[in-house]
Design a binder for this molecule. Structure first.
Ligand SMILES: [Zn+2]
Length: 279
C-alpha cells in the first residue's frame, strides 16, 4: 500500500509533468473509485493545474478555471493499488484504468486501480481543509517536542499509534516497522511509556526512513509505480519489513513477525526487546 514516500513521488511526478497544463476532458470508466456522483465529477474537474499539495497519503491537485474564480481541488487517495501515470492520449488503455483526465497537450493523466480501494474526489477549498485538518501533522514535519507531547499518556502500542493517520499522517506498515527497528523499539511498547529520549530517537528514525525512501522513489512490493510507470527502488533497503526468518542485519538474530490489529509487524527480538513488567 502506498505510504508517504510513494505518494510524494507521485506528487513530484505530477508536478513535473502536469502542472501548468489544463484538464480539458474527463472520462470516468468505473464510478466506484469516485467519491460522490461520477457525472458531477466529470463536469467539475476542469481547469489549469496550478500546484500539487500533499498531506500524509493524500494528494490535492489545485485547479483554476480563470483568474476570477477561487481554486478547486481534485483529491487523490491511492488506497491499496492505485496508480497514477501520465501518458500520450493514444497510448493503449491498460485493464483497470478507471479515470482519464485529458490534458490540452495530447497527454492524459490516468488512474488505474486493480482493487479499487483508492478514491478520487472533487472538492472545494473548505472541503479540502476539512479533509486535511482531520489528519495529524505530516510525519516529516513534526518536531521532537510535538512528537514527545503527542505520545504522552497514550496507552496504545507504538506501532498502532504510528499507523493512526489522525495522529501522524503518512506512515504505514512498511515505514513504521523500519523506523521502530532503527530506533530499537518493540512494536508492542505502549506509546506513552517511551522516555523522551526514546521518543525523539523514534521521531528522527521516522523522518530519516521516509526521506531515504523518497530519495529512492519509494518501495514497490507489487503494484506501486511512479508517474512514468517505474517501480520505487527502496525495497532492497528494507531491514525488517517482510523479512521474517531472515537474519537481523544488525545482530544476526532471526527477524520475527507478529500480528497486531490484523496487520503484520516485523521486528528483531534481540535489538527491539520487549520491556519486562509494565510497558
Ligand atoms: Zn537485531
Amino acid at each position: 500500500m502506498p505510504e508517504l514516500p510513494e505518494v510524494e513521488t507521485v506528487r513530484r511526478g505530477l508536478e513535473a509533468r502536469a502542472a501548468g497544463r489544463r484538464i480539458v476532458e474527463v472520462e470516468v470508466c468505473h464510478p466506484q473509485v469516485i467519491a460522490g456522483p461520477a457525472d458531477v465529477f466529470e463536469e467539475s474537474v476542469r481547469g489549469l493545474i496550478r500546484r500539487l499539495q500533499r498531506k500524509g497519503k493524500a494528494i490535492a491537485i489545485e485547479l483554476v478555471l480563470n483568474d476570477k474564480e477561487p481554486p478547486h481541488y481534485l483529491l487523490v487517495r491511492l488506497g491499496m493499488t492505485g496508480q497514477v501515470t501520465v501518458v500520450p492520449s493514444d497510448y493503449p488503455l491498460q485493464p483497470h484504468t478507471h479515470v482519464r483526465l485529458v490534458l490540452e497537450n495530447g497527454e492524459e493523466i490516468r488512474y488505474r486501480d486493480v482493487r479499487r480501494f483508492g478514491r478520487l474526489r472533487y472538492c472545494t477549498a473548505s472541503e479540502l481543509d476539512a479533509v486535511f485538518s482531520a489528519l495529524g501533522p505530516d510525519a516529516p514535519a513534526m518536531t521532537d517536542a510535538d512528537f514527545v507531547a503527542a505520545l504522552a499518556g497514550r496507552r496504545t502500542p507504538i506501532k498502532s499509534w504510528l499507523l493512526n493517520q489522525g495522529r501522524l499522517a503518512g506512515v504505514g506498515n512498511i515505514y513504521a516497522d523500519e523506523a521502530l527497528f532503527a530506533a530499537r523499539i518493540h512494536p508492542l511498547t505502549l506509546a506513552g511509556s517511551l522516555k523522551p529520549a526514546e521518543a525523539r530517537s523514534l521521531r528522527r528514525a521516522v523522518e530519516r526512513v521516509l526521506r531515504n525512501a523518497i530519495a529512492m522513489q519509494g518501495t514497490s512490493l507489487r503494484d506501486y509505480i511512479d508517474i512514468e510507470g517505474r517501480p520505487g527502488r527502496f525495497r532492497i533497503k528494507l531491514k525488517v519489513y517482510q523479512r521474517a526468518g531472515e537474519p537481523c542485519p544488525r545482530c544476526g538474530a532471526k527477524i520475527r513477525r507478529l500480528v497486531l490489529s490484523g496487520r503484520s509487524s516485523h521486528y528483531c527480538p534481540r535489538c527491539q526487546r520487549r520491556r519486562a513488567g509494565r510497558q
